[in-house]
Write a protein that binds this ligand. Structure first.
Ligand SMILES: Nc1ncnc2c1ncn2[C@@H]1O[C@H](COP(=O)(O)OP(=O)(O)OP(=O)(O)O)[C@@H](O)[C@H]1O
Ligand SMILES: [Mg+2]
Length: 287
C-alpha cells in the first residue's frame, strides 16, 4: 500500500469517545460470538477491527448499529447509555454502514441506489411528493445536491446512470460506500470494504476512506483482513479472536503483541480453528 496515514492531512483532530462498549457479550444459542468485549471509538478516528474468520468482527458492528442485541454489557453513544438499539435508531443517531456482502439494488442505477441512502432524511409525505408541494420540492433539491456531491467525490460520474448489477465488483463496493455516505453519517461502519478487490481498487478505496474521514470528519469503524491496509490507514486497532479481545492499540502496538501474532500464526488453541483466513501471520509481520 502506498497510502500512508501520516501523509494524510487531517481536517478534524481526533476527539473523545463517541462509542463506548463495556463487557459486551453476545451469544447465539450455544455459540459465544462475543465475550466481555470492551472497547471504544473516538470521534473522527479510523478504528479497525481485525481478527480471524468467525472472531466476532461483524457481530460487533451488528451490535453497534442495533442488528444484534447483546445479552450483557453496556453500550454508550455520545455519553448516553443505550438500551435497545435498533438499526433505525442507529441511523437516526448518525450511524451508517456497508455490508460484508454487497447489499445494493442491482437493477437500479448508481444514482438511484445512492439516493436510496437518503431514506432517513426524507420527511415529506406521500401527498406532498405527489403534488409537488413546497416541502417535497425543497427536499428533493437537497437530496439531489447531496447525492451529486457524493458522486463527484467518489469519482463515479461516468457510471451514474448504469445499473449497479452491470458494474465490476470494485465499483459496486464504491457505490455501496456512496449509499452509506448519502445519510451524511457521523459514524460509518465498514464491513470488509476491500474484500475481493485488486491492489489498485484497494488503493482507491483506501484513498476514499481517508478522504471521507478528512473532508467530512466522519468517524470510521473498519473491519478489514488486509493487514497492509489496516496498518496504513487506521489510528487504532482492536483484535478479536474466538469472540474475545486479544489486543487493542496503535497499529505498531498491535503488531508487536504476542497474543495477536500467535492468533494469526495459528498457534494451537483449545477449540478447533475457524475456516482458513486470508490474513496470515506472515501478512501481519510483513505489514
Ligand atoms: N445470526 C447468527 N446466528 C448464529 N450464529 C451467528 C450469527 N452471526 C454470527 N454467528 C456466529 O458468531 C461467530 C462470530 O461471527 P462473525 O460473523 O461476527 O465473525 P467475523 O469475525 O465477522 O468473521 P468473518 O471474518 O468470517 O466475517 C461465528 O461463530 C458465527 O458463526
Ligand atoms: Mg464478518
Amino acid at each position: 500500500m502506498t497510502v500512508q496515514l501520516h501523509d494524510h492531512p487531517r481536517g478534524y483532530a481526533i476527539g473523545g469517545p463517541i462509542i463506548q462498549m463495556q463487557d459486551i457479550s453476545l451469544s447465539f444459542g450455544g455459540v459465544k460470538a462475543l465475550t466481555k468485549i470492551s472497547f471504544d471509538v473516538n470521534e473522527h478516528e479510523i478504528r479497525a477491527i481485525i481478527g480471524p474468520n468467525g472472531a466476532g468482527k461483524s457481530s460487533m458492528l451488528n451490535v453497534i448499529n442495533g442488528v444484534y442485541r447483546p445479552q450483557e454489557g453496556q453500550y454508550t453513544f455520545r455519553g448516553e447509555k443505550i438500551t435497545g438499539m435498533t438499526p433505525r435508531r442507529a441511523a437516526h443517531m448518525g450511524v451508517s454502514r456497508t455490508f460484508q456482502n454487497i447489499a445494493l439494488f442491482k437493477g437500479m442505477s448508481v444514482l438511484d441506489n445512492i439516493l436510496a441512502g437518503r431514506n432517513m432524511k426524507m420527511h415529506a409525505n406521500f401527498l406532498e411528493v405527489a403534488f409537488h408541494l413546497p416541502r417535497a420540492r425543497r427536499e428533493e433539491t437537497e437530496h439531489r445536491e447531496v447525492v451529486e456531491e457524493i458522486i463527484e467525490f467518489l469519482e463515479i460520474e461516468h457510471i451514474r446512470k448504469t445499473p449497479v448489477g452491470r458494474l465490476p465488483y470494485g465499483l459496486q463496493k464504491r457505490v455501496e460506500l456512496g449509499r452509506a455516505l448519502a445519510a451524511q453519517p457521523d459514524v460509518l461502519l465498514l464491513d470488509e470494504p476491500m474484500a475481493g478487490m485488486n491492489i489498485e481498487e484497494k488503493q482507491d478505496m483506501c484513498r476514499f476512506i481517508l478522504d471521507v474521514n478528512d473532508h467530512y470528519g466522519t468517524t470510521i469503524v473498519l473491519i478489514e483482513h488486509d493487514m497492509g491496509v489496516v496498518m496504513d490507514i487506521s489510528d487504532r486497532v482492536v483484535v478479536l479472536d474466538y469472540g474475545k479481545k486479544i489486543g487493542d492499540g496503535t497499529p505498531a502496538e498491535v503488531r508487536a503483541n504476542q497474543a495477536v501474532i500467535d492468533a494469526y500464526l495459528g498457534v494451537p488453541h483449545d477449540e478447533p480453528p475457524a475456516a482458513a483466513n486470508d490474513a496470515t501471520g506472515k501478512d501481519l509481520l510483513a505489514a
